[in-house]
Design a protein around this ligand. Structure first.
Ligand code: SF4
Ligand code: SF4
Length: 396
């Protein structure tokens, strides 16, 4: 059986072959950022392929437009190719590397850690409170901390939060060095603004207004909408958690807060966005065209989406039943799933937003430089005419 390393190697070589053919064809020019970035290259290095893969949003427009897909002997399939290479990115830049394989590549390893965190949280709560203590009602200010000590909660999530950010930062710095390896031009503030606009609007899933050809050949806007709900839902939940920390540790008003409190409102809106976004994306994935899918990335991507859905769902259930005797168990399951998500974040699809965003920054810079070069090129003949005219005028 072929190992994943040799599959990755084959994929990289096959990817370069496909890109050389695409560069000769160029029918897909203008479809997305990938096709502009291809135009600016003659040869494709491994780092170029990694960059292009992380620019691709898997909209599949190019696949359905292409006359050279299987059964044609060229076997062109850019979305499948790039999905496979993105998977490789998450492993290649993971830190520590071997953990990337155990927790990112192996879905079983990911789920094992996920369940383990929930079991440990449940075990800790039972050990501290005893069975009767866990199934007792706790209400009013600070009731969460009667079940789970505040200092322990802060300690665990601070360490896990740092771990997640450190893992992403190490991966991002190695990745950035690679995709930028041959460029002297500096990234400007304008490039960052352009990339942020592309990222926040999911510009390359727009299909110029018609939506993308996912899950089928018929253009639809559903994927972009679900992706927005997931992304902004996550940001609202993050804002809710940050605000809760401010209330608890600066204003000394401990959780839980009433339903009309801004912390809870942000949490509810964000939670609903996450639940609809993740469920919608999972549904689309189930219906998606198998011919275009990369099997490995479907598995690992779905595992991450289900984990995110679990976090959002358990958070909402905890909010609904927080005044009941089930609060202790629900709190343990929710905290366990959040902790597992943080711990595995540098190895799973959670890291894709880091690599996607950096690819967009690199693209914005390449786009600006190309635009400046085009403008300078257009200005050249005009300058020549003025110079000639000036010369004629001085002669006369
Ligand atoms: S995907 Fe197909 S149609 Fe598009 S540029 Fe490549 S070879 Fe041409
Ligand atoms: S699948 Fe969509 S985003 Fe990816 S290369 Fe093709 S057109 Fe671009």
């Amino acid at each position: 059986m072929q190992s994943n390393e040799s599959k990755d190697l084959d994929l990289m070589e096959d990817g370069k072959r496909q890109m050389e053919l695409c560069n000769a064809c160029r029918y897909c020019e203008g479809y997305c950022a990938v096709w502009r970035a291809i135009e600016w290259r003659r040869d494709f290095t491994d780092n170029d392929m990694t960059y292009l893969a992380n620019l691709c949003h898997d909209c599949r427009d190019c696949y359905y437009a292409c006359p050279f897909t299987t059964p044609h002997e060229f076997g062109i399939n850019p979305p499948q190719l790039f999905a496979g290479l993105r998977e490789e990115t998450y492993r290649k830049y993971a830190w520590p590397g071997s953990w990337g394989k155990a927790l990112g590549e192996k879905v079983a390893g990911f789920w094992l850690v996920f369940i383990l965190f929930i079991v440990v949280m449940l075990g800790g709560i039972f050990a501290k409170n005893g069975v009767s203590g866990v199934f007792q009602k706790y209400t009013g200010e600070g009731s969460f901390y009667q079940i789970f000590p505040e200092t322990l909660m802060i300690g665990i999530f601070s360490v896990l939060g740092l771990w997640m950010v450190l893992g992403w930062a190490i991966g991002a710095s190695k990745y950035w060095r690679d995709i930028r390896s041959s460029k002297a031009e500096k990234v400007s503030i304008q490039d960052i603004k352009t990339a942020t606009k592309y990222a926040l609007s999911l510009k390359f899933l727009d299909g110029e207004g018609a939506g993308c050809t996912y899950p089928s050949e018929e253009p639809a806007k559903a994927r972009r909408i679900y992706h927005h709900l997931l992304g902004y839902g996550f940001l609202l939940n993050f804002a809710s958690t940050t605000l809760a920390a401010f209330y608890a540790h600066v204003l000394h008003i401990p959780a839980p807060y009433p339903v009309y409190h801004p912390v809870v409102i942000l949490g509810i809106v964000g939670g609903i966005g996450l639940i609809i976004g993740t469920s919608g994306l999972l549904y689309l994935k189930l219906k998606s065209d198998k011919e275009v899918n990369d099997e490995r990335s479907v598995k690992t991507g779905s595992a991450f989406t289900v984990a995110l859905l679990t976090v959002a769902f358990t958070g909402m259930v905890l909010l609904i039943f927080r005044d009941s005797a089930a609060m202790g168990v629900l709190l343990a399951i929710h905290l366990g799933s959040v902790a597992a998500l943080f711990f595995t974040a540098p190895y799973t699809k959670f890291s894709h937003f880091v690599y996607r965003y950096l690819a967009l920054v690199n693209f914005a810079q390449e786009e600006r430089v190309a635009h400046e070069a085009e403008t300078a090129q257009k200005a050249k003949p005009a300058k020549k005419t003025i110079a000639v005219a000036g010369g004629v005028a001085s002669k006369n």
